[in-house]
Write a protein that binds this ligand. Sequence first.
Ligand code: NAD
Length: 245
Amino acid sequence: MLKGKTAIVTGGTRGIGFSIVKTYLDNGANVALLGSRKESVDKALDKLSEYKDRVMGLWPNLTDPEEVKTAFEEVRDRFGRIDILANNAGISSKTSIYDFTLDEFEKVMDINVTAVFVCTQAAARIMKEQGGGVIICTSSMVGEYGQPSGCAYPASKFAVNGLVKSLSRELAKDGIRVNAVAPGVTRTDMLANLPKEMVDRVSAGIPLGRVGEPEDIANAYLFLASDMASYITGLVVKVDGAART
Ligand code: NAD
Protein backbone atom coordinates (compact mmCIF):
# COMPACT_ATOMS: atom_id res chain seq x y z
CA MET A 1 0.00 0.00 0.00
CA LEU A 2 2.98 2.36 0.44
CA LYS A 3 5.41 1.10 -2.18
CA GLY A 4 7.94 3.79 -3.15
CA LYS A 5 6.85 6.20 -0.41
CA THR A 6 9.08 7.49 2.41
CA ALA A 7 7.87 7.89 5.98
CA ILE A 8 9.29 9.45 9.13
CA VAL A 9 7.97 8.00 12.41
CA THR A 10 8.76 9.82 15.67
CA GLY A 11 8.84 7.65 18.78
CA GLY A 12 9.50 4.76 16.42
CA THR A 13 11.72 2.74 18.74
CA ARG A 14 9.04 0.83 20.65
CA GLY A 15 5.31 0.46 21.35
CA ILE A 16 2.85 1.93 18.86
CA GLY A 17 5.61 3.74 16.92
CA PHE A 18 7.64 0.58 16.35
CA SER A 19 4.52 -1.17 15.11
CA ILE A 20 3.85 1.70 12.67
CA VAL A 21 7.46 1.43 11.43
CA LYS A 22 7.12 -2.34 10.89
CA THR A 23 3.73 -2.01 9.18
CA TYR A 24 5.00 0.71 6.84
CA LEU A 25 8.09 -1.37 5.97
CA ASP A 26 5.92 -4.45 5.35
CA ASN A 27 3.87 -2.33 2.95
CA GLY A 28 6.83 -1.23 0.86
CA ALA A 29 7.77 2.16 2.34
CA ASN A 30 11.23 3.50 3.16
CA VAL A 31 11.18 4.49 6.83
CA ALA A 32 13.20 6.78 9.09
CA LEU A 33 12.50 5.92 12.71
CA LEU A 34 13.22 8.62 15.27
CA GLY A 35 13.92 8.03 18.95
CA SER A 36 15.16 10.01 21.91
CA ARG A 37 18.56 8.26 22.21
CA LYS A 38 21.06 6.58 19.86
CA GLU A 39 21.00 3.40 21.99
CA SER A 40 17.23 2.88 21.67
CA VAL A 41 17.35 3.72 17.95
CA ASP A 42 20.15 1.16 17.39
CA LYS A 43 18.22 -1.45 19.37
CA ALA A 44 15.13 -0.92 17.19
CA LEU A 45 17.21 -1.01 13.98
CA ASP A 46 18.73 -4.34 15.09
CA LYS A 47 15.23 -5.85 15.11
CA LEU A 48 14.66 -4.59 11.54
CA SER A 49 17.81 -5.98 9.90
CA GLU A 50 15.77 -7.75 7.19
CA TYR A 51 14.73 -4.29 5.89
CA LYS A 52 18.15 -2.66 6.26
CA ASP A 53 18.20 -1.04 2.79
CA ARG A 54 14.89 0.75 3.47
CA VAL A 55 15.22 1.83 7.10
CA MET A 56 17.36 4.39 8.93
CA GLY A 57 17.38 5.84 12.45
CA LEU A 58 17.94 9.33 13.87
CA TRP A 59 17.60 10.95 17.29
CA PRO A 60 17.14 14.74 16.91
CA ASN A 61 15.72 16.81 19.74
CA LEU A 62 12.14 17.03 18.44
CA THR A 63 11.56 20.45 20.01
CA ASP A 64 14.59 22.02 18.27
CA PRO A 65 13.64 23.31 14.78
CA GLU A 66 17.26 23.30 13.52
CA GLU A 67 17.95 19.71 14.63
CA VAL A 68 14.65 18.52 13.17
CA LYS A 69 15.26 20.34 9.86
CA THR A 70 18.72 18.78 9.56
CA ALA A 71 17.35 15.31 10.35
CA PHE A 72 14.48 15.57 7.86
CA GLU A 73 16.88 16.80 5.14
CA GLU A 74 19.07 13.78 5.86
CA VAL A 75 16.05 11.52 5.32
CA ARG A 76 15.18 13.29 2.07
CA ASP A 77 18.78 13.04 0.87
CA ARG A 78 18.84 9.29 1.59
CA PHE A 79 15.41 8.34 0.16
CA GLY A 80 14.69 11.20 -2.27
CA ARG A 81 11.50 12.58 -0.70
CA ILE A 82 9.27 12.60 2.40
CA ASP A 83 5.68 11.48 1.81
CA ILE A 84 4.48 10.62 5.32
CA LEU A 85 5.15 12.03 8.79
CA ALA A 86 3.86 10.07 11.79
CA ASN A 87 3.98 12.37 14.83
CA ASN A 88 3.81 9.59 17.39
CA ALA A 89 6.34 10.33 20.17
CA GLY A 90 4.62 11.12 23.45
CA ILE A 91 4.73 10.81 27.21
CA SER A 92 1.85 10.42 29.65
CA SER A 93 1.25 11.70 33.17
CA LYS A 94 -0.76 10.59 36.18
CA THR A 95 0.15 13.46 38.56
CA SER A 96 -2.59 15.14 40.61
CA ILE A 97 -3.26 18.82 39.91
CA TYR A 98 -2.23 19.50 43.55
CA ASP A 99 1.24 18.08 42.95
CA PHE A 100 1.90 19.11 39.35
CA THR A 101 5.07 21.16 38.92
CA LEU A 102 5.41 23.63 36.08
CA ASP A 103 8.45 21.62 34.92
CA GLU A 104 6.42 18.43 34.56
CA PHE A 105 3.55 20.24 32.85
CA GLU A 106 5.98 21.80 30.35
CA LYS A 107 7.76 18.47 29.74
CA VAL A 108 4.48 16.84 28.67
CA MET A 109 3.54 19.80 26.48
CA ASP A 110 7.04 19.94 24.94
CA ILE A 111 7.06 16.42 23.56
CA ASN A 112 3.32 15.96 22.98
CA VAL A 113 2.54 19.36 21.42
CA THR A 114 5.63 21.47 20.65
CA ALA A 115 7.38 18.53 18.96
CA VAL A 116 4.28 17.93 16.80
CA PHE A 117 4.37 21.59 15.73
CA VAL A 118 8.13 21.57 15.01
CA CYS A 119 8.09 18.27 13.07
CA THR A 120 4.95 19.18 11.14
CA GLN A 121 6.41 22.52 10.09
CA ALA A 122 9.66 20.91 8.90
CA ALA A 123 7.84 18.15 7.00
CA ALA A 124 5.21 20.48 5.50
CA ARG A 125 7.93 22.73 4.03
CA ILE A 126 9.42 19.73 2.22
CA MET A 127 6.03 18.24 1.24
CA LYS A 128 4.85 21.55 -0.20
CA GLU A 129 7.88 21.65 -2.51
CA GLN A 130 7.17 18.06 -3.58
CA GLY A 131 3.49 18.78 -4.24
CA GLY A 132 1.94 16.96 -1.30
CA GLY A 133 2.18 14.51 1.57
CA VAL A 134 0.43 13.04 4.58
CA ILE A 135 0.81 13.95 8.26
CA ILE A 136 -0.70 11.73 10.97
CA CYS A 137 -0.56 12.46 14.71
CA THR A 138 -1.10 10.11 17.63
CA SER A 139 -3.85 11.61 19.75
CA SER A 140 -5.70 9.63 22.45
CA MET A 141 -9.21 8.82 23.55
CA VAL A 142 -8.51 11.12 26.54
CA GLY A 143 -8.25 13.93 23.97
CA GLU A 144 -12.03 13.67 23.81
CA TYR A 145 -13.04 12.72 27.36
CA GLY A 146 -10.21 14.00 29.59
CA GLN A 147 -8.89 11.80 32.42
CA PRO A 148 -9.14 12.00 36.21
CA SER A 149 -5.43 12.76 36.86
CA GLY A 150 -2.37 13.92 34.94
CA CYS A 151 -4.26 16.82 33.35
CA ALA A 152 -1.34 17.87 31.14
CA TYR A 153 -1.67 14.65 29.15
CA PRO A 154 -5.31 14.99 28.01
CA ALA A 155 -4.75 18.74 27.55
CA SER A 156 -1.84 17.94 25.22
CA LYS A 157 -4.01 15.57 23.16
CA PHE A 158 -6.81 18.14 22.87
CA ALA A 159 -4.08 20.45 21.52
CA VAL A 160 -2.98 17.80 19.01
CA ASN A 161 -6.56 17.50 17.76
CA GLY A 162 -6.67 21.28 17.40
CA LEU A 163 -3.48 21.30 15.36
CA VAL A 164 -4.82 18.51 13.13
CA LYS A 165 -8.15 20.20 12.47
CA SER A 166 -6.55 23.59 11.80
CA LEU A 167 -3.61 22.38 9.73
CA SER A 168 -5.79 20.11 7.61
CA ARG A 169 -7.54 23.25 6.46
CA GLU A 170 -4.39 25.33 6.09
CA LEU A 171 -2.36 22.70 4.22
CA ALA A 172 -5.07 21.23 1.95
CA LYS A 173 -4.21 23.70 -0.82
CA ASP A 174 -0.66 22.29 -0.85
CA GLY A 175 -1.87 18.72 -1.25
CA ILE A 176 -1.02 17.81 2.34
CA ARG A 177 -3.55 15.73 4.31
CA VAL A 178 -3.47 15.94 8.13
CA ASN A 179 -5.25 13.42 10.35
CA ALA A 180 -4.95 11.87 13.80
CA VAL A 181 -5.40 8.41 15.24
CA ALA A 182 -6.80 8.35 18.79
CA PRO A 183 -5.89 5.06 20.46
CA GLY A 184 -7.75 3.72 23.45
CA VAL A 185 -5.98 1.60 26.05
CA THR A 186 -3.12 0.00 24.12
CA ARG A 187 -0.62 -2.62 25.26
CA THR A 188 2.73 -0.70 25.42
CA ASP A 189 5.21 0.52 28.07
CA MET A 190 2.97 3.56 28.50
CA LEU A 191 0.20 1.26 29.73
CA ALA A 192 2.59 -0.31 32.23
CA ASN A 193 3.23 3.17 33.71
CA LEU A 194 -0.42 4.01 34.40
CA PRO A 195 -2.04 3.18 37.78
CA LYS A 196 -3.37 -0.41 37.72
CA GLU A 197 -6.81 0.70 38.99
CA MET A 198 -7.13 3.08 36.05
CA VAL A 199 -6.17 0.40 33.50
CA ASP A 200 -8.45 -2.26 35.10
CA ARG A 201 -11.39 0.12 35.27
CA VAL A 202 -11.04 1.16 31.66
CA SER A 203 -10.34 -2.36 30.31
CA ALA A 204 -13.36 -3.85 32.08
CA GLY A 205 -15.63 -1.44 30.32
CA ILE A 206 -14.30 -1.81 26.78
CA PRO A 207 -17.18 -3.09 24.63
CA LEU A 208 -14.86 -5.05 22.32
CA GLY A 209 -13.64 -6.89 25.44
CA ARG A 210 -9.90 -6.30 25.24
CA VAL A 211 -7.23 -3.63 25.26
CA GLY A 212 -5.81 -2.60 21.89
CA GLU A 213 -2.61 -4.02 20.45
CA PRO A 214 -0.04 -1.71 18.79
CA GLU A 215 -0.90 -3.40 15.46
CA ASP A 216 -4.54 -2.23 15.79
CA ILE A 217 -3.27 1.35 15.85
CA ALA A 218 -0.65 0.80 13.12
CA ASN A 219 -3.34 -0.50 10.74
CA ALA A 220 -5.23 2.80 11.03
CA TYR A 221 -1.93 4.59 10.40
CA LEU A 222 -1.45 2.47 7.28
CA PHE A 223 -4.88 3.26 5.86
CA LEU A 224 -4.59 7.01 6.53
CA ALA A 225 -1.10 7.15 4.97
CA SER A 226 -2.19 5.28 1.85
CA ASP A 227 -3.86 6.61 -1.29
CA MET A 228 -7.03 4.79 -0.17
CA ALA A 229 -7.53 7.72 2.23
CA SER A 230 -6.93 10.34 -0.47
CA TYR A 231 -10.14 12.29 0.34
CA ILE A 232 -9.79 12.12 4.14
CA THR A 233 -8.29 15.06 6.02
CA GLY A 234 -8.95 16.77 9.36
CA LEU A 235 -10.21 13.56 10.93
CA VAL A 236 -9.45 12.11 14.38
CA VAL A 237 -9.94 8.36 13.94
CA LYS A 238 -10.82 6.56 17.18
CA VAL A 239 -9.22 3.12 17.49
CA ASP A 240 -10.39 2.24 20.99
CA GLY A 241 -12.86 -0.66 20.92
CA ALA A 242 -15.53 1.92 21.83
CA ALA A 243 -13.84 2.46 25.22
CA ARG A 244 -14.90 5.43 27.35
CA THR A 245 -12.95 6.81 30.31
P1 NAD B 1 5.87 4.17 24.62
O1 NAD B 1 6.28 4.78 25.90
O2 NAD B 1 6.00 2.69 24.43
O3 NAD B 1 6.63 4.88 23.39
C1 NAD B 1 6.80 6.28 23.38
C2 NAD B 1 7.75 6.64 22.26
O4 NAD B 1 7.95 8.05 22.30
C3 NAD B 1 9.11 5.97 22.39
O5 NAD B 1 9.58 5.56 21.13
C4 NAD B 1 10.00 7.11 22.92
O6 NAD B 1 11.35 7.01 22.48
C5 NAD B 1 9.33 8.33 22.31
N1 NAD B 1 9.63 9.50 23.11
C6 NAD B 1 9.24 9.77 24.37
N2 NAD B 1 9.80 10.92 24.79
C7 NAD B 1 10.55 11.39 23.75
C8 NAD B 1 11.38 12.53 23.55
N3 NAD B 1 11.56 13.44 24.51
N4 NAD B 1 11.98 12.67 22.36
C9 NAD B 1 11.83 11.77 21.37
N5 NAD B 1 11.08 10.66 21.50
C10 NAD B 1 10.45 10.48 22.68
O7 NAD B 1 4.38 4.64 24.42
P2 NAD B 1 3.24 4.31 23.34
O8 NAD B 1 2.09 3.81 24.10
O9 NAD B 1 3.75 3.53 22.20
O10 NAD B 1 2.90 5.81 22.90
C11 NAD B 1 2.96 6.27 21.58
C12 NAD B 1 1.92 7.35 21.39
O11 NAD B 1 0.63 6.77 21.61
C13 NAD B 1 2.04 8.52 22.36
O12 NAD B 1 1.82 9.73 21.67
C14 NAD B 1 0.90 8.27 23.34
O13 NAD B 1 0.44 9.46 23.92
C15 NAD B 1 -0.12 7.61 22.46
N6 NAD B 1 -1.15 6.82 23.14
C16 NAD B 1 -0.85 5.67 23.79
C17 NAD B 1 -1.87 4.94 24.41
C18 NAD B 1 -1.61 3.65 25.15
O14 NAD B 1 -2.54 3.15 25.82
N7 NAD B 1 -0.44 3.07 25.04
C19 NAD B 1 -3.19 5.41 24.37
C20 NAD B 1 -3.46 6.59 23.69
C21 NAD B 1 -2.44 7.29 23.07
